[in-house]
Design a protein around this ligand. Structure first.
Ligand SMILES: Cc1ncc(COP(=O)(O)O)c(C=O)c1O
Length: 447
């Protein structure tokens, strides 16, 4: 049996009814489907045969470009070699190699990785680690988490509780974690519109953490979790000094600082992690997506040595952390991670992102002044182009831009009324030009 024989190659033969798509307007999609059937490097091929230039690395994830041979080969070989080994009281060597490769590129002193299968799981794992860490140190009253408005930390109950996206929380409001506060978001368009890189204004917003400490007392606060650059709420780059200030306040009060680097990890901001780009080291880094170039699901929580060491006490045969997933460190994911991290290094893709960043910045800021554009934000190979919403129809204008770009063979992403771009790090300058020329054309004719 060849699986290809079971997959229809025309829309008419495809029964779309049984599948419920995630974060999708299912009825609109099934009326006007966008189906991609293959991918290579910077392009997808659509079911109708068109080439689609990928302006978003799949979903902030395929940083080395699509279907890269070393990653594909590593997965194939591993699938033939060992399909599955539990990570509970057993394991297989590739998971250790993947962890070693990962901690090699995280900030100094963060030497231990815990594997999971997604960003959402990594977030919930980090929150649980924070509670367990404080408890192990005799500070079990530290149970409160601080997230941030406009934060996105996946869709687990922990993640939506510390997250700050109303659409993701509203429906589940009564079931969120009870002890959570939020810092104010850092989006200050009046002061910072059209900033190139880090905006000048807003470092003082971190001081809201001191107010929360004054309100609850530090002895009740476990951790602060933020994305260094908020992606899903429209590419909000941290104001200069903001992350440093958060770090200072956390250190002063013994609060753990967690950076959610699910989208900022693996070269997106021009260094391996945004922690390095902004020169602020958290206590834990949450990552996923480009860890395996998105070829096999995998996430990780990387922690400071001191956190790991705190767990490694007590009887040697006791389980130190009652947490884990059936697929933690799955052989295929581990193989994909090793091959991906190897490719990032051998092709110097993080350095490539850094060297392309000024060209990218100029290209995106060339859209200033076009119809509907109210702000442009960028860092590394990420950009957000904020559009004025159609009165009474928030998100409709940006979504229309997305549909038109797809028709023109360019994959962009929209969040709210912001176009968010994050191409594979292998992108060429001519492809950058193509993305922004396409968007410019669309903006000139959008309703
Ligand atoms: C910052 C951040 N955290 C967590 C997640 C959740 O990751 P996943 O969809 O793999 O669960 C995402 C997904 O986009 C993200 O952007």
């Amino acid at each position: 049996m060849n699986i290809r024989d079971l997959i229809p190659t025309s829309l008419q033969d495809l029964n779309m009814d049984p599948l419920w798509l995630p974060f999708t307007s299912n009825r609109q999609f099934k009326e006007q489907p966008r189906l991609l059937v293959s991918a290579k490097d910077m392009h997808y091929t659509a079911l109708d045969g068109r080439q689609i230039l990928d302006g978003i690395a799949g979903l902030w994830a395929v940083n080395a470009g699509h279907c890269r041979t070393p990653i594909v080969d590593a997965i194939k070989r591993q699938a033939e070699n060992v399909d599955y080994v539990t990570g509970f009281q057993m394991h297989h060597p590739a998971a250790f190699v993947a962890a070693e490769r990962l901690v090699r590129i995280t900030p100094k002193g963060m030497g231990h990785a815990f594997f999971v299968n997604s960003g959402s799981e990594a977030v919930d794992t980090a929150l649980k680690m924070a509670l367990a860490y404080h408890r192990a140190r005799g500070e079990g009253t530290r149970t409160r988490f601080i997230g941030r408005e406009r934060g996105y930390h996946g869709v687990g109950f922990g993640g939506i509780s510390v997250g700050g996206m109303v659409a993701n929380r509203r429906t589940f409001s009564g079931a969120l974690l009870p002890s959570v506060d939020h810092l104010p978001h850092t989006h200050l368009p009046q002061a910072n519109a059209y900033s190139r890189g880090q905006p000048e204004h807003g470092a003082n917003l971190a001081d809201a953490l001191e107010q929360l400490v004054a309100l609850h007392d530090a002895s009740n606060i476990a951790a602060v979790i933020v994305e260094p650059v908020a992606g899903s709420t429209g590419v909000l780059v941290p104001p200069k000094g903001y992350l440093d200030r958060l770090r200072e306040i956390c250190t002063k009060h013994g609060i753990l600082l967690i950076f959610d680097e699910v989208i900022t990890g693996f070269g997106r901001t021009g260094q391996a992690f945004a922690s390095q780009t902004f020169n602020v080291t958290p206590d834990m880094i949450v990552c996923a997506k480009a860890l395996t170039n998105a070829a096999v699901p995998m996430g990780a929580v990387v922690v400071k040595n001191e956190i790991y060491d705190t767990f490694m006490t007590g009887p040697a045969n006791a389980i130190e952390f009652y947490h884990g997933y059936t697929y933690s460190g799955h052989p295929l994911a581990a193989a994909a991670a090793i091959a991906t991290l190897d490719l990032f290094e051998s092709e110097a893709l993080f350095e490539r992102a850094a060297s392309l960043a000024p060209y990218w910045e100029n290209a995106v800021h060339s859209l200033k002044g076009l119809p509907h554009v109210v702000d442009i934000r960028n860092i590394g190979l990420v950009a957000g182009i904020e559009l004025a919403p159609i009165p009474g129809k928030p998100t409709a204008r940006a979504f229309e831009a997305f549909l038109r770009a797809y028709e023109k063979g360019v994959l962009i992403r929209t969040t709210g009324d912001t176009i968010a771009l994050s191409p594979p790090l292998i992108i060429e300058k001519a492809q950058i030009d193509r993305i922004f020329e396409t968007i410019a054309d669309i903006l000139k004719t959008l309703p």
